[in-house]
Design a protein around this ligand. Sequence first.
Ligand code: S3P
Length: 433
Amino acid sequence: MTHFRVVPSQGVAGRVTVPGDKSISHRALMLGAIADGTTQVEGFLESDDCLATLTALERLGVAVRRPGPGRVAVDGVGLTGLRAPDAPLDLGNAGTAMRLFMGLLAPQAFDSVLIGDNSLMQRPMERAARPLRAMGARIDTDEGRPPVRIAGGARLQGQRLPTGVPSAQVKSALLLAGLYADGPTTVMEPAVTRDHTERMLRSFGCEVASRGGRTTLQPPPRLRATRIIVPADFSSAAFFIVAGCIAGAGPLIVEGVGVNPTRTGLLELLSLMGADLRLINHRNHGSEPVADIEVRPARLQGIDAPARLVPLAIDELPAFFLAAACASGVTTVSGAAELRVKESDRIAAMARGLAALGIRAEPSPDGIRIEGGQLTGGVVESLGDHRVAMSFAIAALRASGPVEIREVADVATSFPGFAATARAAGIAIEELP
Ligand code: S3P
């Protein structure tokens, strides 16, 4: 077990770069795998989750080369070129990989079984299985959880499919399945979620129309290989954005970050709290907007988080809760029940951790109420959840004593090298065996 120990420091300043986007890296591998030709990927996130997807694709007969750091070349086998794996595909901790593979494998000619680590084996899969069955897929879960068993040879029909939950993973699974359907597939979501799949499908030559929470895909005859430059992951940048707001020094610039508007709800939430944030040097990496984010320390005020921002900040809410703990007054979040079914129950994990650091945090079934105050030092359990671990790693910037975070090995699922980057920014963090 690895732990973090972080002692209070002056603040964060300078320029940092965080690794590539996890969502985009998974999608680049999967679409590259079923395209015609070789897809070149730069800025690929070499984290445990994305490597689980890469290994699974190799087991499905796809050749993936890694010519250098962050570079991947995927030799596409075409829409119908995947081969039967010889054993269950183990996707580790990666919920995105499992949901997206459900959609990709449901229309294949062969059977497959998806499994994962202890956390993934507890996570809900019917949200994707149910609408896939409505398209004609033959797919079973174990009372809603993995293993997911997919029977080959199903013929899928294009449908209008409500997702029920605001989930980009479910939407993406249905769009991937829709590539093989006999007519257009329309996915209807209760709220807009991240749209990386739609953007990337278009760059592979597929026709996808999006409006509000409604997305329609026309099944293409083929996908054409392309070049993908993966921006730095906004969700990894989030820890440094919050650090820059709550710390004593600054400014801090996080470079080359993906600022797709379906991901950046955190910037709006922090701005409502009074944060001093600036997006500079705007550019595009293919279909994804990118910018540098400059953050200066500010006095934050508690807010009632607007419900519309919750799905646009879903992975950043743990870091936002930390900002709320450092704000004056009360912050409330509701409509965030999805947080209870992430890599851990993030509402419970954050409430418990904040309480261990002297902050009043009252969880509710779909959110939390946090009273800002003085953080103390203390010991926090991450429950093996990477985002919980990294959120508490920045807490020591405002704590009166050292903060120890237990069981942080899973940080490598999304942000290998987090501790080194945090040290470069000025956070006094040590990794303990
Ligand atoms: C993701 C979608 C979100 C997010 C996850 C990545 C994706 O999950 O929490 O980290 O890449 O599509 P949900 O679809 O369950 O909201």
